[in-house]
Design a protein around this ligand. Structure first.
Ligand SMILES: [Zn+2]
Ligand SMILES: [Zn+2]
Length: 333
């Protein structure tokens, strides 16, 4: 099976990916437009950092962060409608309905988890467990350094979880659903099987109103960078940004129909982690998805990991019985 797929790619009936920054188009138009799409990303990032640095304690809490997050998404949605990157990625009512369904599902799941973990019992346990003096060396660091370290540690966990998903079949099954999306839009980050949300959640943890400011700042930076993973807007992203941070370009390659390209750019925020481990590819792709861009219904997205896993398990069992040499036919878990 793999051989055929690889063969097809070599023959190359289409050229699905663009490699290197030089070949990627820039935002066209007047001076104001070009300036806007060059400065938008850094301006939002620095604005967020300034806000969480100087906001008084009375408003520096998770509920404010959630409000800002929603407002930011609305702005990005408007940008997508007024300045689409690819016509083929333009949001339709059907796509939007599916995406918002998943935004609802994830918000509900996060809420449930929060109510469960965020109870007094958990807060007490955390307060008891955290020997603050042990963290004195950390809390004495400048706030921005603390935030970047927190974000980097979370992203490091995410990177290996995501890379694991692409390399171990039981983890791939729930993640594969996210790879069936055929276009990038603002809310597409939420689209996938809920089991994946749970796995990702293992790396992120809950949101609490008593979060220390460094965590809020880390979250704000993560949002200001990660929001562009799935978006149908072209930016003239500055060179320093795309060297350090993940971009739409990087993530479109990760979602491309080119198998080799999907095995790259695993990090959420810091593409630097991919550079460190040799999995970064700079470039972009427009043709996305699996099986030549087959679109899944919500029903299939919900069931796929289980039906597909069951099929694979049955196939393996049959093969083992047929060849009667289980050790070589059944890969070690
Ligand atoms: Zn992936
Ligand atoms: Zn994605």
């Amino acid at each position: 099976m793999d051989g055929i797929r690889v063969g097809k790619r070599v023959v190359g009936t289409q050229s699905p990916v663009t490699i290197g920054w030089d070949n990627i188009p820039k935002v066209e138009g007047g001076t104001f437009k070009r300036l806007f799409f060059t400065l938008f990303q850094p301006a939002v990032l620095f604005g967020m950092i300034a806000f969480w640095y100087y906001a008084p304690n009375s408003i520096a809490k998770a509920s404010t962060a959630i409000g800002i997050g929603i407002g930011f998404r609305v702005i990005l949605q408007i940008l997508e409608l007024t300045n689409p990157r690819h016509k083929s990625w333009q949001i339709t009512w059907k796509e939007l309905a599916t995406d918002l369904f998943y935004v609802g599902v994830s918000a509900t799941l996060v809420n449930l988890a929060e109510n469960y973990i965020g109870s007094d019992v958990a807060i007490e346990a955390i307060q008891k467990g955290m020997d603050l003096e042990k963290f004195a060396w950390f809390t004495s660091l400048p706030l921005l350094v603390q935030a970047v370290l927190i974000l980097f540690i979370f992203d490091f966990g995410q990177y290996w979880m995501h890379r694991g998903m692409h390399n171990w079949y039981p983890l791939w099954l729930p993640h594969s659903v996210h790879h069936y999306i055929t276009q990038l839009n603002v809310h597409k980050g939420a689209v996938g099987n809920p089991v994946e949300l749970f796995l990702i959640g293992l790396g992120i943890g809950g949101l609490f109103d008593f979060l220390p400011r460094a965590f809020l700042l880390a979250g704000a930076i993560g949002m200001s960078v990660g929001a562009y993973q799935h978006i149908n807007v072209r930016f003239n992203t500055p060179r320093w940004w795309r060297f350090m941070f993940n971009t739409t370009e990087h993530h479109s390659l990760h979602h491309s129909q080119d198998f080799e390209s999907t095995r790259s750019n695993y990090a959420n925020t810091f593409i630097l982690i991919d550079r460190m481990f040799g999995t970064c590819i700079d470039g972009e792709a427009e043709l996305l998805g699996m099986e030549g861009g087959r679109r899944m219904s919500i029903r299939e997205q919900m069931l796929y990991p289980f039906t597909e896993g069951w099929k694979a398990w049955k196939e393996r069992a049959t093969r083992a019985r047929f060849f009667d040499d289980a050790p070589s036919a059944v890969p070690a878990e």
